[in-house]
Design a protein around this ligand. Sequence first.
Ligand code: AQP
Length: 336
Amino acid sequence: MDKKTIFSGVQPSGNITLGNYLGAIKNWVRFQEDYNCIYAMMDMHAITVRQNPQELRKRTLDLLKIYISCGIDPEKSLLFVQSQVSEHAQLAWVLNCYTYMGELSRMTQFKDKSSKHADNINAGLFTYPVLMAADILLYQADFVPVGKDQMQHIEITRDIAERFNSIYCKEGNPVFKVPEGLLAKSGAKVMSLTEPTKKMSKSDENPKAYISVLDDFSVIANKIKSAVTDSEGKIEYRPDDAEKAGINNLITIMAAVTGSTEAKIAEEFCGKGYGDFKKAVAEAVVEEIRPIRERYDELSKSKDYLEQICRSGREGAEKISAKTLGKVYKKLGFLV
Ligand code: AQP
């Protein structure tokens, strides 16, 4: 039986956070048995915000190492670097002509990022969801696992795909499969440790706001220790109470790394102090990250292996994406 296809990726726009891991990468691992999995390093998305070229190059390779260290197996999944497959830029241009300014201006991420980077509100930041649609649609993905923050981009991808199909494929045989977003059961939205009503982001200017999977273990413990909580002193999970945002977030993190639920964690730590709880959260997070770090350090010695994965990933991705782009060009009336 044909397996369904999963596509996802992370941008190397900073050090990969616990949010990226719990909301995305951790869940990708288990899909490998039942799906055709395609996971990319989204470096073209990263340049919507200014990047230092040397750091971007390093982070792209670091991201590949992190994928593999977290359990993504290059023998089972296709791993590639977005900018190495030119079809992404080519399809993005086409889809730009099928996306409306009004739709793009409603995107929360655009609003957030343009307020954070007021000196660089570039057109790429605005059309980011179109490039993301191209990434997904090129591979005829059935499912796209994402954190809650990216769900809006999946919705617009679906709209663009349906619009294109309805214009050019009236007789059936749609060019694009219309994908569905898959939300993680837990850890779908990990919040900032310093401002727990904001999501944890790898590009946050304050490193205390996020835990990087590459942070030293003592740094992780200190960041959790100084995480913002409240003065009530009660370990209760109240997701609709903004006052409890800090504690809710630590409970969510604990649930996600231990494979438990928020309700069980709250029950287990009921009556304990915040200090003890934070210590337990830090220990659980470090235990989750420890084996990843060991594999990551091992992989850092294998440059040839990593280059070979990029090469074969690129070839595999080009094969699939060229097929979709060829169909699109034909429909549009481009000479192919
Ligand atoms: N805080 C989060 N909680 C749960 N999931 C998250 N993701 C990101 N932050 C959290 C998920 O990670 C995947 C990769 O995200 P991305 O790098 O493509 O873009 P992003 O959502 O913009 O991630 P960041 O960390 O916030 O990056 P910057 O700071 O560069 O904008 C996605 O599946 C996302 O849902």
